[in-house]
Ligand binder design. Sequence first.
Ligand code: 5GP
Ligand code: MN
Length: 409
Amino acid sequence: MPLQRGHIRAAVSVPERSWFIFSLGHVQRQSQQIAVEGCCHGELDAIYSHVNHLENRHNYKVDALLICGDFQAMRNKEDVGNMACPTKYKVLGGFHRYYTGQKKAPMLTIVIGGNHEASNYMWELYHGGWLAPNIYFLGHAGCIQLNGIRIAGISGIYNENHYNLGNYERLPLDPRTMRSIYHTREYNINRLSLLSPPSIFLSHDWPQGIEQYGDTDGLLKKSPHFQHDIQDNTLGSPPLLHLMKTLKPEWWFSGHMHVKFEATYPHEKSTTKFLALDKCLKGREFLEVIQFPVASCPVPNPKPKLTLSYDPEWLAITRVSNPYLSRRKIQWPFPGADDARQRVARELEWVTAAFPKPEDLEVERVQQFVKTVYGPTGKGWARQVSREDGNPQTVAFCEALEIENRIRD
Ligand code: 5GP
Ligand code: MN
């Protein structure tokens, strides 16, 4: 699908706290260009080609791409069967070529899950991992660092029927569990609420009521079917609003509603800039490029290498919360906020001792991409790694953190 002539523009906003370095008498900005995309729906080729088009047109290089769910990491027929959606949309899509190595993602791509996913595959990588070379899934909830930029996120969408339950679903998924598995759980909201403010937060659905903090009338003109929900204040996810108030991230990116919408949410001392983007279709506003300052002060030249690292605070939170990850319907209570924060502070000492140097936190040191099933051709539904052994990336993550692997079925 050629997108080069679409009406999509690159909005480059320069955050106020960009810093400058002085070298050889001229001013040089150190920054990273991060592209953000709404819903992917298997259109990786079209998205990468559009980013490439913007790079050529504006003469910059995009360092990383963030995708806000409905990614559809289908590797073969079995994965297609694990995606909840109407039959007419049950198609393989283009991801499998990136999985088998026929194609290589041209830039580091970081994704969360939505409500149309190869949910069996995303389950295997509950704590996050490489879906394909250069394509990293943040997990059902997660936080990582990209050269010091903290990116946190949650997968799935809100549904009150499953919100308070454990992660009881087992593989193979059936038509019911295929739909409940992507409903966000309070357990993950509780974990994420323990983070200190990230630069970026990614969610598939929107925080409830965010439409009130931008051009609501303009939104209604583009999407009149939201009228009823907006009147009732039921558009979006209630726990995500709570999370936005607690975390106060600088940026919040979402997808799911299939419309571009910008808002500014006020906190007492700062604001969160909210940006939702459309799905990848010709003529739709599905992608923006935003310039971020790099956090640390590297040597002036050349540009620092792009490094994806674990966030030490998230690793500490994972160590505290893992025993509460329920694999049954019943979800036992999470520790109170004060107690949990004290425990996270203690576990942060463990993390600092276990990962003493910054390079120890590099994701590649612990998790490398591993194929667990065959692609669409040849061996049918056969697995290369048995389900009982679990995904080697999840095994490696749990071993590095010295936590029980509760993701195994
Ligand atoms: P999906 O691609 O996930 O199946 O569905 C997204 C579609 O559902 C979009 O067209 C979006 O506008 C619509 N949608 C998602 N959440 C809501 C909601 O809470 N209220 C309304 N009225 N529409 C929604
Ligand atoms: Mn969706």
